[in-house]
Design a protein. Structure first.
Ligand SMILES: Cc1cc2nc3c(=O)[nH]c(=O)nc-3n(C[C@H](O)[C@H](O)[C@H](O)COP(=O)(O)O)c2cc1C
Length: 227
């Protein structure tokens, strides 16, 4: 399978990417898949200009000549796309959102009413083969609503979607938190194996991956103590 990983953390030592890396170890444990990792922050991806030139030429490319067209080629050719990024102000980081906005050339103007009542643009080709996994880390402890905006955006944007939203991810780069972080990384590797076998994750597995490493009160106390 062709796996495209869009790493949306701007940091060299991404908390979230540690999880994604552990997941990939399970997903590609036999090394038989073709994995491409893109550090999106290093790419030249301008914001969408809203010209809709892509809907005139309908060739799956954007009018802006920068790094996005090569990403669109990889995107439409993938079997699995993993979006790995930190939660920024309840959504995805702006450089990654620019990439998402500029996937518009993969659909056309024609609108379709779906059985669930939503309205979509018709895809340029049959992309139903593509499975999407979102792995997002965040700095807060677990609280109802932190990921709500992101979840709605992803549900409306992607087909065959699984999402894993992980609280307290800065702990992943704190050496003395390893006793809490390492078991989570092991769960991500196991989840990668599950995903390879079924191209989805069970609700039980997602709950295990999203389980806070330490209680919220301890996390908040430790963060505030370091100030
Ligand atoms: C601009 C900015 C906005 C952020 N917004 C949120 C937020 O809305 N909710 C949250 O829980 N954490 C937020 N965080 C914290 C990051 O999600 C957190 O530090 C994460 O672990 C960073 O992951 P990375 O190392 O993979 O980049 C924000 C951080 C930054 C820099």
């Amino acid at each position: 399978m062709k796996i495209l990983v869009l790493n949306g953390s701007p940091k060299k030592k991404s908390d979230t990417f540690r999880l994604t890396d552990a997941f990939l170890k399970g997903l590609n444990k036999d090394g038989k898949h073709d994995v491409t990792i893109i550090d999106v922050i290093d790419k030249n991806i301008a914001p969408c200009r809203g010209c809709f030139g892509c809907w005139q030429q309908l060739d799956g490319h954007c009018m802006i000549q920068d790094d996005q067209n090569a990403i669109l080629d990889l995107y439409r050719d993938s079997d699995i796309i993993i979006w790995s990024f930190p939660l920024y102000v309840y959504g995805m980081p702006s450089h990654l959102k620019a990439l998402l906005d500029r996937t518009i050339p993969l659909v056309q103007m024609k609108m379709v009413q779906m059985p669930d009542g939503t309205v979509r643009h018709e895809p340029l080709a049959d992309f139903s083969r593509i499975h999407t996994l979102v792995i997002s880390g965040c700095g807060f402890p677990d609280w109802e609503g932190n990921f709500d905006g992101l979840k709605i955006q992803c549900k409306n944007s992607f087909g065959n979607l699984d999402m894993v939203c992980v609280p307290e991810t800065p702990l992943l780069n704190v050496p003395h938190a390893a006793p809490f972080a390492d078991p989570l990384l092991e769960r991500f590797t196991k989840a990668g194996e599950e995903y390879e076998a079924s191209l989805t994750l069970s609700p039980e597995t997602i709950a295990e991956l999203e389980r806070p490493m330490i209680p919220a009160e301890d996390y908040i106390r430790n963060v505030n103590r370091s100030l």
